[in-house]
Each structure stands twice: as structure tokens, then as C-alpha cells.
Design a binder for this molecule. Structure first.
Ligand code: PGA
Length: 227
């Protein structure tokens, strides 16, 4: 299976920054599945720029289908924009927008109905409850992203042995890829890819040259260390 590298741009970037970013990133290594997740207004412009090995993702989706829900973007509308993946349950959404396990499950159902793969973010306190809420409604085709709160945007990534422990617990809950997110950079991506199926990167995905270095390390076949 190709390693998954997701770029979560959060509420960053303007249209005129997109072409320079793609120019700096260059070709995606063939061993990587790279998913770019821009803010909603940038989806169409990114969709035009995608190169081989890149897919388009969204950062959020409405918990309702298309209809009279002012301000929301429905899963069917994301699919119509060629979106293939969507984040749900990111800790920033859980803390600022009251996203619960049940709401995440409802969103995943709508994503599944539109053939978009949910990338479900969890921290340890709700790893079990979140997976159980999904399994209760028959949703198993997900990517699970382990994102410890203290590591997100802090520059202090979680210790490798701890990530390895959580990944092995998560793997027992279901047959889905498990990725790690939290201050991943070109300096650390190689070690995380030894213990999980991919990485979710925000800060170090914003600069094209920085992200290109990260992709090159991620694609390297033989890391110089082992766990
Ligand atoms: P970070 O964020 O890479 O800036 O730590 C990760 C995330 O929020 O998904």
C-alpha cells in the first residue's frame, strides 16, 4: 500500500499562492498517495492543478444532505468538485464547533453515500468511542488519523514509541489505514512512516519547497534507523 501524505491547509492560502506552491512541490513520488485539503473556496482552483499521484480532499462537510441549510457544504457538492477524501472530527472542529462522535458519524454516513472517504481524526480519549460510533452504523471504510492535541501546531511531535502503541491499539479496532498527525516535518516524517500508514501535515505543508522535502523523505525506501 502506498504511504498516505495529507496536506491540511486549514484556513490558509489565497488563490494567487496556488500555482507557486504546485511549482515548488513538483512531481509526487510514485510510492506516495498525496491528498491536498484546501479551504472550500480553493477546491475548484486546486482541482485544475492536480498532478499524477495527487487527490483532492475537503476539511469539513455538512451533517445534512443538500437542502435548506444556509452556509453548509453538502457531501454531494464535494463529490461534484472531484473531492475524494474529507477530514472529520479534527480537534479544532471538536473544540471550536462542538463536533461530537455522533456528529462525526452522521457526516461519515453522508460522505460514504457520496463515495468520499472520511479521514476521521481522533485523540486517545475518544479513539474507542469514535470507532464504536462509526461501526454502530456500519461505517468501516475510513482512514483513521491519530492526532494528539498537544502535538498539533506545537512543534513538539508525539514520541515515536507512544504513536506506535496507539497505532497498534487502533489497528485492533478495525481494518483501516491508521495515520499520525501533529508537528510532522521533513525531519520526522521518516520515523513516523515506520510505525503507521501515513501522516497528516498542516504547518509543514504550507510552503511548497518544505512540503516537497517532506515528500522526498517519505518516499525514501530505506530509513536510516529502525524502531
Ligand atoms: P500540524 O497540524 O502539522 O501543524 O501540527 C496537524 C493538524 O492539525 O492536522
Amino acid at each position: 500500500m502506498n504511504k498516505i501524505v495529507i496536506a491540511n491547509w486549514k484556513s490558509q492560502k489565497l488563490q494567487n499562492q496556488i500555482v507557486p506552491w504546485f511549482d515548488a512541490v513538483g512531481e509526487i513520488p510514485s510510492s506516495i498517495e498525496c491528498i491536498i485539503m484546501p479551504a472550500f473556496p480553493l477546491l475548484p482552483v486546486i482541482s485544475q492543478q492536480l498532478t499524477a499521484g495527487m487527490k483532492l480532499g475537503a476539511q469539513n462537510v455538512s451533517p445534512f444532505p443538500m437542502g435548506a441549510y444556509t452556509g453548509e457544504v453538502a457531501a454531494a457538492q464535494l463529490a461534484d468538485m472531484n473531492v475524494t477524501h474529507c477530514l472529520v472530527g479534527h480537534s479544532e472542529r471538536r473544540s471550536h464547533f462542538a463536533e461530537t462522535d455522533e456528529l462525526v458519524a452522521a457526516k461519515c454516513q453522508l460522505l460514504q453515500d457520496s463515495e468520499i472517504k472520511p479521514v476521521v481524526c481522533v485523540d486517545e480519549p475518544y479513539l474507542d468511542s469514535q470507532v464504536a460510533a462509526l461501526q454502530a452504523i456500519g461505517i468501516t471504510d475510513i482512514i483513521l488519523a491519530y492526532e494528539p492535541l498537544s502535538a498539533i501546531g506545537s512543534g513538539h511531535s508525539e514520541g515515536l514509541s507512544h504513536v506506535q502503541r496507539v497505532v497498534s491499539v487502533a489497528k485492533k479496532l478495525g481494518d483501516f489505514p491508521v495515520i499520525y498527525g501533529g508537528s510532522v516535518s521533513a525531519d520526522t516524517v521518516g520515523e513516523y512512516l515506520l510505525v503507521c500508514d501515513g501522516v497528516l501535515v498542516a504547518t509543514h505543508s504550507l510552503d511548497g519547497a518544505d512540503f516537497s522535502r517532506l515528500l522526498a523523505v517519505a518516499a525514501a525506501e530505506k530509513p536510516s534507523f529502525s524502531v
